[in-house]
Design a binder for this molecule. Structure first.
Ligand code: NAI
Ligand code: AKG
Length: 411
């Protein structure tokens, strides 16, 4: 299912549960601003190449818009729209003072050299610098981007507006990045998983996990779950997939991935078909790569009892229905992966204050926010007699609707 159709469907279900005014419902759905720019750069061989970049600013009722920038060949306007909307509900679920936005460039970063990526990032920043800002819209990393990308955006933006570290988060530490931001989404996944399992009288230790995606989010989640005694029995990335029913040695896998840039060829497990990762025999499945991967084609085959959505919108609404009938519990993206934007908020606060926190404070505060987010979502589940996805959506949408009305919205 198209990402925007799926996200709109979840929003509308939540709006009905909340009894939202229909005009307010419509207004909350329409993005504040959609930006589309052409980015032409000289390639290293002297030829010119053009890429299309997007930034969708969905809503700013609760504060500056916030969300990552993705470099991926499948980036398209509907997907960026859906991701921007999800950021609005996510920042509200986390109860941090932001709205939602998302950006992306349709490109394969693996096909571009470092200097081509730098030129592309700088041209994109030149095209959008007037529309982002510390108190308007604050980008961050997502798939295919990272601290270096943020450093280039910071540098290019600062040429126009003066030195502005708080204009992006997820920066290198030397440029005002926060300690703990690199691991934050994966660490948040750990805290959210612990809260969910605790609610079911269980702990991480001894449970079998399968993880799709071994980039920033998937690799940190794997490492932290491994340290807590969880058994990672299968892992995949774009290069391939491996399984080991006795548990994969995650520190060795991390070393292998650092050296070879992928899980393929790792000797501590047997190779499997990459798509089968989602239907592997495990207790807990963590999709940490692309959207829409759990759908009506494979939902019936899923063996996990819990799905932790580290990726954004990995589950189609059709799959949601099938999995719910099977009794599978899904911890939704806008709660499960909110650790990244939560520590981005801490980074922004540190930049504005000009005062750096130590890593222990960052991680302690993150745990407090993730645990509170889970508790608040559970309250909404009780109030509306709904599953965790609708609990999270009603929580987020309600907070944004309240802020919108308080700011003077009238039908
Ligand atoms: N980086 C962050 O702070 C946050 C990221 N997310 C979400 O988490 C997901 C992963 O993001 P990152 O880890 O940052 O990206 P990343 O670029 O660091 O890693 C992506 C991983 O997915 C793998 N991958 C790509 N296509 C695949 C496929 N077809 N099958 C299996 N694996 C595939 C890549 O090989 C890589 O291991 C995305 O959905 C992103 O939106 C959500 C919240 C915050
Ligand atoms: O850290 C941020 O500001 C945004 C992270 C993000 O893009 C996401 O949560 O999907």
């Amino acid at each position: 299912m198209n990402a925007l159709v799926a996200t709109n469907r979840n929003f509308k279900l939540a709006a009905r549960l909340l009894g939202l005014d229909s005009k307010l419902e419509k207004s909350l759905l329409i993005p504040f601003r959609e930006i589309k720019v052409e980015c032409t750069i000289p390639k290293d061989d002297g030829t010119l190449a053009s890429f299309v970049g997007f930034r969708v600013q969905h809503d700013n009722a609760r504060g500056p818009m916030k969300g990552g920038i993705r470099y991926h060949p499948e980036v398209d306007p509907d997907e960026v729209n859906a991701l921007a909307q999800l950021m609005t509900w996510k920042t509200a679920v986390a109860n941090i003072p932001y709205g939602g936005a998302k950006g992306g460039i349709g490109c394969n970063p693996g096909d571009l050299s470092r200097s081509e990526l730098e030129r592309l990032t700088r041209v994109f920043t030149q095209k959008i610098h007037d529309l982002i800002g510390i108190h308007t819209d604050v980008p961050a990393p997502d798939m295919g981007t990272g601290p270096q990308t943020m450093a280039w955006i910071l540098d290019e933006y600062s040429k126009f507006h003066g030195y502005s570290p708080a204009v992006v988060t997820g920066k290198p530490i030397d440029l005002g990045g926060s300690l703990g931001r690199d691991a934050a989404t994966g660490r948040g996944v750990l805290f959210a998983t612990e809260a969910l399992l605790n609610d079911h009288g269980k702990t991480i230790a001894g449970h079998r996990f399968a993880i799709q995606g071994f980039g920033n989010v998937g690799s940190w989640a794997a490492q932290l779950i491994h340290e807590k005694g969880g058994k990672i029995v299968a892992v995949s990335d774009i290069t391939g997939a491996i399984k080991n029913s006795k548990g994969i040695d995650i520190p060795s896998l991390l070393k292998h991935v650092k050296e070879t840039r992928g899980v393929k060829g790792f000797h501590g497990g047997d190779p499997i078909d990459a798509k089968s990762i989602l239907v592997e025999d495990c207790d807990i499945l963590i999709p940490a790569a692309l959207g829409g991967v759990i759908n009506r084609e494979n939902a019936n085959e899923i063996k996990a009892k819990f799905i932790i959505e580290a990726a954004n919108h990995p589950t189609d609404p059709e799959a949601d229905e099938i999995l719910s009938k099977k009794g599978v519990v899904i911890l939704p993206d806008i709660l499960a992966n909110s650790g990244g934007v939560t520590v981005s908020y801490f980074e922004w606060v540190q930049n504005i204050q000009g005062f750096m926190w130590d890593e222990e404070k960052v991680n302690d505060e993150l745990k407090t926010y993730m645990t509170k987010g889970f508790k608040d979502v559970k309250e909404m589940c009780k109030t509306h007699n709904c599953d965790l996805r609708m609990g999270a959506f009603t929580l987020g949408v309600n907070r944004v609707a309240r802020a919108t009305v308080l700011r003077g919205w009238e039908a």
